[in-house]
Design a protein. Structure first.
Ligand code: F0G
Length: 454
């Protein structure tokens, strides 16, 4: 087993609490068995998400103290534009307050009834914005994508035959754009390959269809192309990134993931595409030189973007995730393989195979994990799905408990604690039962809905 190394040292710390198990039980009952509703003071390791919870570097924190606070034309924003140009090689930029705001503006500008957005896989907020504008989503993942156990290195790839079929079915003029998600979140932080992207982009070009890339999880996709794809081992991260973006017409990101703070943005080299979206930004987000971000966040984002090009920085999460995933896999505990970015994803469907999908095994596993460890993960299964027109649950393709790895936050001994508790839970999995709703919101129900044990 390879021991991953922290290529940074801890200089500011935050105290953690590990509540006694009786209190953890009370907390999860109080939270309606929904880990989103737990108080962070009651959580030992917060592995809910890697969004806005990443560690900042000394240079980021330093940059925040020299922020130029002005509504229009802030010098902090000029630095960000330069970072977007240096790091992403993109000329035009629209700042927004976070990733889903970019999704809102993109969907508003390019989606309408009768059109479709083919994608390798959806993300919750992405799909909601596209469908809100009346467009359809078609997922064109490969057969490997949903196999929880696999050694396929690029499960985030698109199936080229499916793409051709979707274009034929809808007509190229009705394809709003093709969306490629880097580090495909909901199938387990899985990357796509440059070869697949190149092929998709060539097809898109022949049909005059735009390619949009969600680069929120670009760090780890870059890492995996460098270590897994032939011909990229010796290429600098910057060259790999520029090649990736050269196959896109526009891209967007959540700054909560890609540069460790807040905010987000939309990038393009195409002036027409930029102009189609531009005027929505002052309406919904804020003036074009801040887009809803504070200048301190803008400063930290600029520095964070440059740090994305440092192989040591982007290696941290994937190497720590690999450590946990490989160890659980070796013990026969059902976990998504190969290890991806973002986190370790337990296959709750198999882990709790005695719980039917309509009783939410992934939600049950998230609650049980918290009770037995104080670790909070996130349900990524049927609770995160929706109901159909008959009011039945649309069963998720996979029932996952995601244990996210905020970048550069946890030490190896904390990861070993998680490993130990997961083993205990697996040995005692028969103790866990299913869940039912007590309060079910109509939209994005997983955020604030409440459940109870059946
Ligand atoms: N795209 C991807 C791939 C994401 O993972 C997220 C957020 C977004 C877009 C939306 O960005 O949160 O800044 O509005 N993912 C978070 C998560 C919420 O926990 O996986 P946002």
């Amino acid at each position: 087993e390879v021991t991953p190394l922290e290529m940074h040292k801890v200089r500011v710390v935050q105290k953690l609490n590990l509540l006694p198990i009786e209190e953890r039980k009370e907390s999860i009952f109080g939270a309606g068995f929904n880990t989103f509703l737990l108080q962070n003071k009651d959580v030992y390791l917060d592995m809910l998400t890697d969004s806005g919870t990443n560690a900042m570097s000394d240079n980021q924190v330093a940059a925040m103290s020299v922020a130029d606070d002005s509504y229009a034309g802030s010098a902090s924003y000029t630095k960000l534009e330069k970072a977007i140009s240096d790091v992403f090689n993109q000329k035009f930029f629209l700042p927004v307050h976070q990733g889903r705001a970019a999704e809102h503006i993109i969907a508003k500008s390019f989606c309408k009834p009768g059109t479709v957005v083919p994608m390798n896989y959806h993300f919750t907020t992405t799909k909601a914005h596209i469908e809100m504008m009346g467009s359809a989503v078609e997922e064109i993942y490969t057969d490997e994508a949903l196999k929880t156990k696999s050694s396929f290195p690029f499960k985030g790839n698109m199936d080229i035959n499916k793409l051709n079929r979707v274009i034929e079915k809808w007509g190229a003029e009705n394809v709003a754009y093709i969306r490629f998600e880097a580090g495909t979140n909901l199938i387990g932080g899985q990357p796509f390959s440059m070869a697949n992207l190149r092929e998709v982009s060539a097809i898109a070009k022949t049909h005059g269809i735009m390619v949009l890339m969600d680069i929120s999880l670009i760090n780890e996709n870059l890492y995996f192309i460098k270590v897994r794809e032939e011909g990229y081992q010796n290429k600098p991260i910057k060259d790999i990134l520029h090649e990736m973006l050269s196959y896109t017409d526009f891209s967007y990101f959540s700054g909560r993931k890609v540069s460790c703070t807040r905010g987000g943005g939309i990038c393009t080299n195409n002036h027409d595409i930029y102009m189609k979206m531009r005027d929505w930004v002052p309406l919904y987000e804020g003036f074009l030189t801040y887009g809803g971000m504070s200048v301190r966040e803008i400063e930290a984002m600029s520095v964070g973007l440059y740090e994305t090009l440092d192989f040591n920085v982007i290696s941290h999460s994937p190497t720590f995730i690999k450590y946990l995933v490989d160890s659980l896999d070796k013990r026969g505990i059902p976990v998504i393989t190969p290890s991806g970015g973002l986190g370790c994803h337990l296959d709750a469907g198999q882990f709790l195979s005695h719980i039917p999908q309509t009783q939410y095994p992934a939600g049950a596993l998230a609650a049980a994990m918290y009770i037995c460890s104080g670790i909070r993960g996130m349900e990524r299964g049927t609770i995160s799905s929706v109901r159909d027109e008959n009011g039945d649950d649309v069963l998720a393709d996979v029932e996952l408990l995601r244990l996210a790895f905020p970048r550069r936050v946890f030490t190896l001994s904390q990861i070993k604690y998680a490993e130990d508790r997961i083993q205990w839970l697996y040995d005692n999995r028969h103790l866990v039962g299913g869940l039912e709703w007590t309060e079910e919101p109509p939209v994005l129900r997983f955020f604030v809905g409440k459940l109870k044990p059946i």
